[in-house]
Each structure stands twice: as structure tokens, then as C-alpha cells.
Design a binder for this molecule. Structure first.
Ligand code: NAP
Length: 494
């Protein structure tokens, strides 16, 4: 189940958060350390207002929480709040036995917090946090935490993909511990949150406000990834990159899988080492994955088979498992061609100016020359343009000389990253005056309309948006992954 972490400062706000997210969650965790002091006194009443299993947690600053009280006071407050109808109470693994002895006016002497919880059938979650890494004795630690019949919770911070692999091995090693919570925090840990069931974790935490590093929102976990529906038979696909979480491809593929009722999920993997990822892919029996910056060339040596265009371009954006072998194809090549192929076929595009000579440009230059279009490549680093030009028998020049080509080409393709992020609003070829007859093709898809496209539209040119290529190459990947056509009725508001 998905468990919503509640970090508002009042109980009323937390209740409202539960109601807002109710359709996506199966449990909630009230974090006492985020509540106002006055609210702490009445926190025990919270379970009577919410129709979900609830976890009660009072997190210390050293474990990523806000509580700065001494241990005795913290556990006394937890004891008072725990008097309500909670399903679980979280107690850190290193709490001293003596600090668990709490005062209660109804009893003489002191009452043991853990014993009082067990007497009321409230399960104890025994938690361990590591914000700096993953302990070498991870499996032994989970085993120890599970002693006394408590539910072990291990929230650790992978520093590399090898750490992520260790987390995915928990279920194989510790399948005998039926109830456990295993979490990889931070950016590298996001796949462990989405695929929590593959880790044997009984839940995955979510929040509206990134209450912990790497939290996804309940709606995204539920509607994009269907994390709760992932089971042993779910086929896993993904995208690898660094960075990777900005990519829209999970929306394309997961919506497609859902529409054709294919039991599959497409997960973003932040990848620091391609070699490690291939190990993880074997472990998770991943069936296929997209490849984005900076791994498009690095994956090629690991492929048992490559398509003709991958051999030519030397870069691969799609890998599929076929007959026990990894096969690489490049759907950027075909996805780029789709919006303009009729014009190439009819002869209205005979010449092109390609701005940029990075990875995407390579696929595009080859796609154009293979279809008989004469290409000139412009790039900031002229040496890179020269290399690609020599390889493909194309012309090359600097960005500053763009104006020399105005009026002489049918198509202008913008493949640099100039126009997005910090360079939003910048046109990489300001000296080039469009005549209005060129087709202006932009690869950037966010923002949808770049300064390059605006200049072209002002002159009356026909624009082709980056989103079109993104969707076309994504559809081709989808077919390569699962063998079905992408369902054309799906609205893709990326
Ligand atoms: P890449 O390999 O890193 O190449 C980046 C290109 O941008 C190089 O030509 C680089 O020139 C140029 N560049 C970067 N900063 C510049 C600056 N400040 N001034 C001038 N030129 C600059 O990246 P890529 O994989 O080719 O991707 C490029 C763009 O295409 C990205 O925006 C990506 O999102 C987009 N893309 C879109 C699709 C789609 O489906 N729509 C598919 C693939 C890629 P230097 O050689 O001088 O560094």
C-alpha cells in the first residue's frame, strides 16, 4: 500500500491532506515532530477522525525529523499520543530500554511504552535510518530489527547503483520476513519506492511535499506508475539517464501499457554506471529500456545485437531483451523522420541546415543523408561539426556563419540545448533570417515554443515541435518493447 506521510502543523490540516489524497493511498503516517506544540496534546484523537490504518511517528532530528526534545520527553510525548487507535507506532532501533519507561497517572510506577503497545495489539515498526549510505550488513540488520516480532523498517541512502542492487536483493535474501519496510532514499532510490513490492516492502511512503528525500506524490505513484498493482508477473521497463527525472517518457509508456491492459511498468533509473545497470536489469528481469543523456553511446558495447542505424550512428536510445540477448535500436532516427517523411518523399525537402552536432544531431544527420537530403551542420564547437560532416559527407560551419545559408535550405533543424533551461528565450542562430519557406524543426520540447521557433513563425515558416518527435520516437519504443502498436486514442499532454 501507499502510505501518505503527514507533515502539516495541525491535525485538521493533516486530515484535509488525507481526504485530498484518499483515493490513492491505503495508509497514512502522522509525523508528530511537524505538529504545533498545542496539537501534540490532542494527537491521540487523530485516528478516530481518519478511516485508514495509521502509523504514529515522532522523528528525532538525527533521523531526519524535527524533534529536538531529549529522549525521555520525546518518548513520553509519543506514549501519550499512542493512546489513540493507531495501527502502528514507529520506534527507532537504538532507543534505550530505560527511555521507554513512561509516566502514566493511571498506573503506579512507570509503564513500558513497547509493552503497552503490544498489550493493545498496536504493531511496532522498528526503524533504522541512514542518510549517508547503505550499511554493509544490511541483511543482518533487517534480520535483527525483525527480532521480537516487530516490523523492521530500513530507510537508507544509496550512493551508487550497486547500493540500489543490494536493496533489490533484500527480498531474495529475507523472504522469510513477511512484513518489512525497505526504502532507498534520495534520487537513486526512486525505483525502490516505485517497485517497493519487488523489494518485499509492505508499503511505500509518498507525500505531497517531498517530506523525505525522493518521495513521489501519491497521485503520480498511483496514476502514472500503478505502484500498488505491481506484482510478480509485472514486466519491468524503464529509462536510464543522468539526470533522468525530468523525462516525460514514463507518462507515454505507462499510459500506453494501461490502455492496452498490459501488466507492465516503466520506471526512471538514475544511472551512474551503465555496467551496474545491466546487472540490475538482469536481477529485475527488465525487458527493455530507453536510454538518454549521457548513456546513448556507453550502452553500445553491452549489446549483443544492434540495428543498422545504431551501427551507423554509434548511439542507441532503445534496448530490448530478445532471445536472452540485449538488442539496441535508435528510435530517434525514425521518430525524427515521421513528421517530415512525406515532404522528403515528395522532394520538397532536398537540403537541410542542422544546428548542433551532439548525440541527437548524429541520428538526424544520418536520417537525412540516408534519405537523400543534402546537409550542412553548424555547431558552436566547429571541430565536432567537422568530424560529423566528414563522416557523413556533409558540409559544416560555425553557428556565427548561419546567415551564409539563409534562403538556400528547405529545412532547418535545431538540435542544441540552446532555448531550454537557463538558455530559455535564446536563439542559437540569431543571424539567420528565415525567408518563410523553410520548415523549422525544433528538438527541444520544453518549452514547447522556443525563441528559434518564434523567429521562424514570425517569418511565416511551418514549425515542427519537439513534442512531435518525442511522441513519435516514444511510440516506436513502445512497439519495440511490447510488440503492440501504441494506442492512438491516448491523449498525451506531456
Ligand atoms: P548533446 O549530445 O549534449 O549535444 C548538445 C548540443 O548542444 C551540442 O551541439 C552543443 O554544442 C550544443 N550546445 C550546448 N550548449 C550550447 C551553447 N550554450 N551554445 C551553443 N551550443 C550549445 O545533447 P543531445 O542528446 O544532442 O540533445 C540536444 C537537445 O535535443 C536536448 O535539448 C534534448 O532534450 C533534445 N532532444 C529531443 C528529442 C525529441 O524527441 N524531441 C530527442 C533527443 C534529444 P558543442 O558541441 O559546442 O558543445
Amino acid at each position: 500500500m501507499l502510505c501518505l506521510t503527514l507533515t502539516a502543523s495541525t491535525l485538521a490540516e493533516n486530515k484535509a491532506l488525507v481526504e485530498k489524497n484518499r483515493s490513492w493511498i491505503g495508509a497514512a503516517e502522522l509525523r508528530l515532530d511537524h505538529l504545533d506544540e498545542d496539537e501534540l496534546k490532542v494527537a491521540s484523537a487523530f485516528p478516530s477522525t481518519v478511516d485508514l490504518p495509521l502509523i504514529l511517528t515522532y522523528r528525532r532530528a538525527s533521523d531526519g525529523g524535527l524533534c529536538t526534545k531529549n529522549e525521555k520527553d520525546r518518548l513520553q510525548t509519543l506514549y501519550e499520543a499512542a493512546k489513540g487507535g493507531w495501527a502502528y507506532v514507529d520506534i527507532e532501533e537504538d532507543v534505550k530500554k530505560s527511555d521507554l519507561k513512561c509516566k502514566d497517572p493511571l498506573f503506579e510506577g512507570r509503564v513500558d511504552l513497547e509493552e503497552s503497545l503490544r498489550a493493545r495489539n498496536i504493531r511496532i515498526i522498528r526503524s533504522y535510518h541512514d542518510f549517508e549510505g547503505v550499511p554493509e550488513d544490511l541483511f543482518g540488520r533487517v534480520n535483527r530489527l525483525a527480532g521480537k516480532g516487530d516490523i523492521p523498517k530500513v530507510a537508507v541512502t544509496p550512493q551508487s547503483l550497486l547500493d540500489v542492487i543490494m536493496l533489490f536483493q533484500v527480498e531474495e535474501q529475507l523472504a522469510h520476513i513477511k512484513e518489512k519496510i525497505i526504502i532507498g532514499m534520495g534520487q537513486l532510490g526512486i525505483p525502490t519506492r516505485i517497485l517497493y513490492k519487488r523489494l518485499g516492502s509492505m508499503l511505500s511512503f509518498v507525500s505531497d511535499n517531498q517530506a523525505a528525500p525522493g518521495h513521489l506524490g501519491p497521485r503520480e505513484m498511483s496514476e502514472v506508475y500503478h505502484a500498488d498493482r505491481i506484482d510478480r508477473n509485472t514486466h519491468i521497463y524503464g529509462v536510464i539517464g543522468n539526470p533522468v527525472y525530468h523525462t516525460s517518457s514514463p507518462k507515454i509508456h505507462n499510459r500506453g501499457f494501461e490502455a492496452i491492459r498490459y501488466n507492465a511498468v516503466y520506471v526512471p533509473f538514475l544511472v551512474d554506471s551503465v555496467r551496474s545497470f545491466f546487472k540490475l536489469a538482469e536481477l529485475l528481469k527488465i525487458r527493455g529500456f530507453s536510454v538518454t543523456i549521457p548513456h546513448k553511446q556507453a550502452v553500445v558495447p553491452y549489446l549483443g545485437k544492434t540495428s543498422r542505424e545504431v551501427k551507423q550512428i554509434g548511439s542507441c536510445n532503445t534496448v530490448v531483451r530478445i532471445q536472452g540477448m540485449w538488442k539496441g535500436i535508435n528510435t530517434d532516427y525514425y521518430g525524427f523522420l515521421t513528421p517530415i517523411q512525406d515532404r522528403i518523399a515528395s522532394g520538397s525537402i532536398k537540403s537541410a541546415l542542422v544546428v548542433g552536432s551532439g548525440g541527437a544531431s548524429r541520428a538526424i544527420v544520418y536520417a537525412l543523408i540516408n534519405h537523400g537530403v543534402k546537409v550542412t551542420i553548424l555547431n558552436r564547437t566547429v571541430e565536432r561539426a567537422r568530424k560529423l560532416g566528414d563522416e557523413t559527407m556533409s558540409g559544416y560551419d560555425s553557428l556565427e556563419n548561419a546567415h551564409l545559408y539563409q534562403g538556400s535550405v528547405d529545412l532547418v533543424v535545431q538540435t542544441t540545448s540552446v532555448g531550454m533551461g537557463e538558455l530559455e528565450g535564446t536563439n542559437p542562430i540569431p543571424s539567420f533570417a528565415f525567408t518563410g519557406k523553410e520548415i523549422a524543426y525544433e528538438l527541444i520540447y520544453r518549452p514547447e515554443e522556443t525563441a528559434f521557433l518564434q523567429a521562424a513563425k514570425r517569418a511565416g515558416c511551418e514549425p515542427v515541435f519537439g513534442k512531435e518527435m518525442l511522441i513519435e520516437q516514444g511510440k516506436l519504443q513502445f512497439e519495440a518493447f511490447c510488440g503492440y502498436h501504441f494506442p492512438h486514442w491516448i491523449p498525451l499532454d506531456l
